[in-house]
Design a protein around this ligand. Structure first.
Ligand code: NAP
Length: 494
C-alpha cells in the first residue's frame, strides 16, 4: 500500500497546472456566489449521493470489506454532513462578523476607528481522505463538504484503498455540481500521491486537509509548511484514545465496563481513529480475569492489505515483548486477524512509553494495570496529543478533577462514562487535538466549526456603507441569507 516516500520529488506537471487554474477561476465565481445559492448547490450534491446509493454501496462493499448496513449509515451521515455544513455556512456563523463603530472616547488613548471584520474563503483546497471511511472522510466527506460550503474549490486526492468508489463518487459529485450551475473546475480529483503532493505544493493552492496516518500526514504537513508561501494544513491523524477506569467504577460495574470496552475496541474491527486502544484498570479488581474470560468477536477481513499488514506488524511487536502478555484472543491470520487483548502495567508503560503507547489500527488493545490511582496522573502527564480521552468513573471520585485538568491539555474530546467510537456531526463536536492527533489543534474536522478552517478574516476600516460586504453594513449586520431564506435564525441551534 505504500508509495509514501517523504523525500519523493514534487511533480509539477501540466495536468496539475490545468486543474489548479480551473479551480482558481471557479473559486473566484464560487466565493462571489450568493451564500444561499451555494447552499442549494451543496445540498444538491447530498441529494445526488443518496439517490446513487444503490450504485455506490456495492462498489464500496467490494473494495473495503465493510458491511452494507455500516456503509448505508455512513452514506447517510455523509449526506447529512453536506446539508448541515451548507446550511450553517449560508447562515454565516463561521464568518465571525464583528462590528466596531467609531468611538472618540475609546480608553486605549486614541479614538477607535470604524472597523468591521468578516471572513473570506481561502481559495483552492487539496483534500486527502482516509481508507476507513470510504464516504464520510473521502471524496464527498467532511473536508470536501466544509471547503465547498465555505466557498472554496476542492482538488481531492483519491485513496488507493477504494479507487473505483472514489471515481464513482466523484462522477456523482461532478454531475450534481454541473447540473445545478456550479462553476466548472470547482471540484476535481487526482489519484497518485505524486499528483497530490504536486497539487499541495502548487502556488495557487491555499490550504490542505488530510485524514489518515501520522507518517503521511506529517510528510504533507511539512510540505505545506516548506512551500515558499506556507499554507494551513489541517491534518487529522492517529490516536490511541486512552480510557481511565477508576477504582470505584471498577469495583461497582466491572463486567459492564468489560462488555462495553470490548464492543468499542472491536467495533468495525477496530478500524476507527477513535478506537479505545488502551484501558487503564486497577490491579485490585476482577478486570483482568473478566477480560481473560471474555468472548471476543470473530475475525473479519480488514479494509485492505496495507491496513492488515500494519495491524499485524504492530500487534506482533507488542505481543513479542517480554514485558507484555497476551490476555485474550490473539493470533489468527494476518487477514482476518482475531481480536487481541494485550496486557502490561503502568511502570512498564511509563518506562517504555514511545514503544508501548502506539496506535495499533485494527482489533487490538492494551490493558494496563495500575497499583493506585495516583498512577493515572502519571500516565495522563506522559500522554501526547489525543483525539479523545475517556473517564469511566463515579461522580464523587476524588481523582477525576486533577485527571480531567491534565487531560484537557492532552485531548480534543473528553468522555464521561461513554465510549469514544462514534463521532456525532453536531454544532459542538470537536474532532482534533494536540499533535499528533492533528496538525492544527485549534480546529476540528467534524462538526460545524470545521467550516472555520477554510476562511480567513479580513477587517474593513473606514469604508462607506455601499462598498462593504452585505454582512458588515449597518442595515444588515447579520449575513444576508440568514435574514432572507428563513432556514436558520441568528444563534439558533437545532
Ligand atoms: P494514509 O495511508 O495515511 O492515507 C491517507 C491519504 O493520504 C491517502 O490518499 C494516501 O495516498 C495519502 N498519502 C499518504 N502519504 C502521502 C504522501 N507522502 N504523499 C502524498 N499522499 C500521501 O491513511 P489510511 O490508511 O487511509 O488511514 C488509516 C489511518 O488514518 C489510521 O492511523 C487512523 O487512525 C487514521 N484516521 C484518522 C482519522 C481522524 O479523524 N483523525 C479518521 C480516520 C482515520 P494513497 O491512498 O495513495 O496511499
Amino acid at each position: 500500500m505504500t508509495e509514501t516516500s517523504t523525500a519523493a520529488p514534487i511533480e509539477t506537471d501540466a495536468h496539475i497546472d490545468t486543474l489548479v487554474a480551473a479551480a482558481v477561476a471557479a473559486g473566484d465565481r464560487w466565493a462571489a456566489t450568493d451564500p444561499a445559492e451555494r447552499e442549494r448547490i451543496v445540498v444538491a450534491v447530498a441529494d445526488a449521493l443518496e439517490a446513487d446509493a444503490d450504485r455506490l454501496i456495492p462498489i464500496a462493499r467490494q473494495e473495503t470489506n465493510l458491511a452494507e448496513p455500516r456503509l448505508r449509515g455512513e452514506l447517510k451521515r455523509t449526506a447529512f454532513q453536506l446539508r448541515l455544513l451548507a446550511r450553517v455556512a449560508a447562515a454565516g456563523d463561521h464568518l465571525d462578523v464583528r462590528v466596531d463603530h467609531p468611538d472618540t472616547d475609546w480608553p486605549m488613548g486614541a479614538p477607535r476607528p470604524d472597523l468591521r471584520r468578516t471572513s473570506v474563503p481561502l481559495g483552492p483546497v487539496v483534500v486527502f481522505g482516509a481508507s476507513n471511511f470510504p464516504f464520510a472522510f473521502s471524496v464527498a466527506g467532511g473536508d470536501t463538504a466544509a471547503a465547498l460550503a465555505a466557498g472554496c474549490p476542492v482538488i481531492y486526492k483519491s485513496h488507493r484503498g477504494h479507487p473505483e468508489l472514489s471515481a464513482a463518487t466523484a462522477e456523482t459529485v461532478t454531475a450534481a455540481l454541473a447540473a445545478h450551475g456550479a462553476p466548472d473546475g470547482l471540484f476535481a480529483t487526482v489519484s497518485s500521491q505524486a499528483e497530490g503532493r504536486a497539487a499541495l505544493a502548487h502556488p495557487d493552492v491555499k490550504a490542505g486537509a488530510f485524514t489518515g496516518g501520522i507518517p503521511g500526514g506529517r510528510a504533507l504537513f511539512d510540505l505545506a509548511q516548506s512551500r515558499p508561501e506556507p499554507i494551513p494544513f489541517y491534518g487529522e491523524l492517529g490516536s490511541v484514545n486512552p480510557v481511565f477506569v477508576t477504582e470505584a467504577a471498577a469495583a461497582g460495574r466491572a463486567q459492564e465496563i468489560v462488555d462495553a470496552f470490548i464492543g468499542s475496541f472491536t467495533l468495525g474491527q477496530g478500524q476507527f481513529c477513535t478506537k479505545p486502544g488502551l484501558l487503564l484498570v486497577p490491579a485490585a479488581s476482577s478486570f483482568t480475569d473478566l477480560l481473560r474470560a471474555a468472548a471476543l468477536p470473530a475475525g473479519h477481513r480488514l479494509l485492505n492489505p496495507g491496513i492488515a499488514q500494519g495491524h499485524h506488524q504492530v500487534r506482533e511487536e507488542l505481543a513479542g515483548r517480554a514485558d507484555v502478555s497476551v490476555l485474550a484472543g490473539g493470533g489468527g491470520e494476518v487477514d482476518p486477524p482475531l481480536a487481541t487483548l494485550l496486557s502490561t502495567d503502568v511502570d512498564t508503560l511509563v518506562a517504555h512509553f514511545d514503544e508501548l503507547f502506539v496506535e495499533c489500527f485494527g482489533p487490538t488493545a492494551l490493558v494496563v494495570v495500575y497499583r493506585d490511582e495516583a498512577q493515572l496522573l502519571d500516565v495522563a502527564r506522559a500522554l501526547d496529543g489525543q483525539l479523545t480521552a475517556t473517564l469511566i468513573a463515579e461522580d464523587d471520585d476524588a481523582i477525576v478533577g486533577p485527571l480531567a485538568t491534565i487531560l484537557t491539555r492532552k485531548a480534543g474530546r473528553l468522555l464521561w462514562n461513554q465510549w469514544p467510537t462514534g463521532v456525532s456531526v453536531t454544532y459542538a463536536q470537536q474532532h482534533g487535538g494536540p499533535y499528533p492527533a492533528s496538525t492544527a489543534s485549534g480546529t476540528t474536522s467534524v462538526g460545524t466549526a470545521a467550516l472555520n478552517r477554510f476562511v480567513r478574516p479580513v477587517a474593513w476600516q473606514g469604508f462607506p456603507q455601499h462598498l462593504l460586504p452585505g454582512e458588515l453594513r449597518d442595515d444588515q449586520t447579520l449575513p444576508a441569507p440568514r435574514r432572507v431564506d428563513g432556514h436558520l435564525e441568528a444563534g439558533s441551534r437545532e
